[in-house]
Design a protein around this ligand. Structure first.
Ligand code: MN
Length: 728
């Protein structure tokens, strides 16, 4: 093979790789993409001096090796044309279709994310952001292929640049590959980066490995012994030796401070079989052949790792004294371990899968869960999956490249306050992606937002309270108003309260107002009415919380004066006589018959029962008409009338209804009251603790019976727990 061909990927090599894959790639489209990219990048060179086209070709090659689909390979060939040549995304779409354009656009967008080495939390935010930005997971995989080839040619970069890129690769791209379970890319990215970042340690590790050359021979002999033992029972088993990656050793030895010889899994034997049952059979055989070390057994088949990795790991000692790890897995598990999410395309290619959603769920499941295993909190898992399907978070940059995480729907104002309250309070404007934008602009993932501040700023605007999404921003704005603007707060609070009371049709005299507000101020633990109003003004106290109290207090006042006229009705109506005069006398034991349910105002007649007092019927009740015909009973019918001529009067009565709040509860309640044709005076609904709701209903009823009837009907509504008359 000529020297030049060995050095870089050519289209011929790519085509050859595609042929070897045996997969139904659309070669014509791939060749077309190659020609397009080659023409577009014509004349451009890499740092290595090679023609630029070698880079997209190499990225495409990596994707073919991973088993990715035609669209991915085409997109990889075109991945730099939008950024680096005259060709724009519309032309890509026109010539290669929407899907390829989306992939290319996605990769281009990821390339624009600024990165400066940050603490771990920032790196984590960035990784999440990358995932959130990539609507199609293939975008990330293409980006990884892009980065992998760039990493392979890190040596051509100037020192400083190389270090930066290596750090970024280590912090961002290798963990991404890990999350996606693509072990091959992850390990290569880590090893290359480590060589740039800590070449001395790498040299030491390599020297140590070389020194242990006989270990490799030992492992070879172990492999053969295992094979001898299992070949009768498991003729299909495949056995291979494996050396831990350089970075894997580095982590254990240099970062966790273990001795080189304490790392048992530097050398491992891997047994690959067809079925899970065979895995456990092999495990039994291994534990029979060698002595297992306690607590060094991990069953990732029963409990897969979050990136879907499955295998059985066990560390054993050979009777001759050598310690080594054995990994046992099926071929399926092996592909998943090597290719992770990419295994999906490796398998699925050529099949028209309709499981897009399921697929998305699957990868989200594995990658969204943080590496720190949260023990079985299903709620969290569902939440994190949900969060990424319907993104509830956005990631926005400061001009320095810090990532600010905000809930979706957050505005520039939220962003400003998330940086610092002083930034929010002095904000006079903002730039989004370099352009002046209004402060109510909703921020989107990937935006770079710059807050313009001025010492001459008048401070936040009250209207901002309605524009912010985060509690943090709201609280900070309120805190500012609380501190800075007492007079304004009082005026604002007064206005808000008045508006609310008007809405509730509460009109008080100034005297009443002073008295009632003073009561409310005390209740809310304020010294003065102004303190209360100021708190309402800056939002410390919600007007919707205090207005009902004021209304109730107001009603109590007015009812007190109204009741003075009614008060003498009540005892007569409700006490001794039950409101009925029988033969001109009160005080009879009466009961209202169930057959006709007489109400005040009805013409009534009494029937002297044997032992149950006088039962009251409507005069036109069918039982009365029939009963009066009976000569034997005739003498027992007596004259009856209502104690007061109340038939034209109605009384206001209030009830409190408490129930478990549910969708439609309010509607059910109002519908019932409407069906009962009960005139309502007021109706107040509010949430109380524990997901319950309270309703205060003031209505007009003609008498206690009607009220009781309403109460019994309300009790029948699903979810209602208590219904009580409010006395006074
Ligand atoms: Mn590139």
């Amino acid at each position: 093979m000529p020297e030049t061909e060995e050095k870089y990927v050519t289209i011929e090599k790519l085509v050859e790789q595609i042929r070897q894959s045996g997969k139904p790639y659309q070669l014509d489209r791939i060749l077309e993409a190659y020609k397009t990219a080659d023409a577009a990048h014509h004349g451009q060179k890499r740092h290595s001096g090679e023609p630029y086209i070698t880079h997209p070709l190499a990225a495409a090659m990596i994707l073919v090796e991973l088993g990715m689909d035609t669209e991915s390979v085409v997109a990889a060939l075109l991945h730099d044309v939008v950024e680096d040549t005259d060709m724009d995304i519309y032309e890509v779409e026109k010539r290669f279709g929407k899907e390829v354009a989306l992939l290319v656009g996605g990769v281009t967008k990821l390339g624009k994310i600024p990165y400066a080495s940050k603490e771990e939390e920032q790196a984590e935010n960035l990784r999440k952001m990358l995932l959130a930005m990539a609507q199609d997971i293939r975008v990330i995989i293409i980006k990884l292929a892009d980065r992998l080839h760039n990493a392979r040619t890190f040596q051509y970069l100037p020192d400083q640049k190389r270090r930066e890129k290596a750090l970024e690769t280590m912090d961002l791209y290798a963990p991404l590959a890990d999350r996606l379970g693509i072990r091959r890319i992850k390990e290569e990215l880590e090893d290359i980066s480590l060589r740039c970042l800590d070449p001395i340690a790498v040299a030491e590790i390599e020297a140590q490995l070389a020194e242990r050359g006989e270990r490799q021979k030992f492992l070879e002999s172990i492999k053969e012994r295992i094979y001898e033992r299992i070949r009768v029972e498991q003729p299909n088993a495949y056995i291979e030796g494996r050396v831990k990656s350089i970075y894997g050793i580095y982590r254990k030895v240099y970062m966790q401070g273990r001795g080189f010889d304490e790392v048992f899994d530097i050398y491992a034997v891997r047994v690959i079989v067809d079925t899970v049952t065979e895995c456990y059979n092999i495990l039994g055989i291994i534990h029979d052949m060698f002595i297992p070390i306690p607590n060094r057994f991990k069953d990732y088949i029963a409990t897969p790792k979050q990136n879907m990795y499955q295998s059985i790991h066990t560390t054993v000692i050979d009777r001759a004294g050598g310690t080594f790890e054995v990994q046992i897995r099926t071929w399926d598990m092996h592909y998943t371990a090597e290719y992770g999410i990419a295994a999906h395309w490796k398998y699925k290619m050529g099949m028209q899968g309709k499981d897009k959603f399921e697929e998305r769920l699957a990868w989200l499941r594995q990658l969204l869960e943080s590496q720190k295993e949260a023990e079985g909190d299903a709620g969290d898992i569902v939440q994190s999956i949900k969060t990424d399907i319907m993104p509830e978070e956005v990631f926005v940059f400061t001009p320095n490249g810090d990532v600010i995480r905000l809930p979706s729907g957050a505005t520039v104002i939220d962003f400003a306050y998330a940086i610092h309250s002083a930034v929010g309070n002095r904000m006079v404007g903002a730039k989004v992606d370099g352009h002046i934008a209004s402060v109510d602009t909703e921020v989107q993932t990937g935006m770079i937002v710059e807050i313009l501040t001025s010492n001459k700023s008048q401070g936040p605007n009250r209207a901002w309270l309605n524009l912010v999404k985060t509690t943090e921003a709201r609280n900070k704005i309120r805190a500012w108003f609380k501190k800075e603007k007492r007079e304004e707060n009082i005026a604002e609070g007064t206005q808000m309260l008045d508006r609310e009371l008007r809405r509730m049709a509460v009109t008080m005299t100034e005297e009443q107002r002073q008295a009632i507000l003073q009561i409310e101020a005390k209740r809310q633990h304020f010294e003065t009415i102004d303190d209360l109003l100021a708190a309402v003004g800056y939002g410390g106290v919600q007007v919707s919380k205090i207005a009902p109290h004021i209304q109730t207090e107001f009603q109590r006042c007015t009812r007190a004066s109204k009741n003075e006229q009614q008060i003498n009705l009540k005892p007569k109506k409700h006490k001794a006589s039950s409101g009925v005069i029988v033969e001109g006398l009160e005080g009879f034991l009466v009961k209202f018959s169930r057959c006709c349910n007489p109400l005040p105002g009805d013409d009534i007649v009494g029937f002297v029962t044997r032992g149950y007092g006088v039962s009251i019927h409507k005069s036109d009740c069918i039982n009365v008409i029939n009963g009066q015909k009976d000569p034997e009973q005739r003498g027992r019918w007596v004259h009856a009338e209502w104690a007061q001529s109340t038939h034209s009067e109605t009384f206001q009565s209030s009830i409190e209804i408490i129930g478990t709040n549910r969708q439609g509860l309010l509607a059910d309640l109002t519908m019932l009251l409407n069906n009962l044709r009960i005139p309502l005076h007021s109706f107040m609904a509010r949430d109380i603790k524990d997901g319950r709701a309270s309703f205060q209903v003031t209505m007009e009823v003609s008498d206690i019976q009607q009220l009781n009837y309403v109460i019994s009907q309300v009790r029948g509504i699903h979810g209602i727990t208590t219904v009580e008359r409010i006395s006074g």
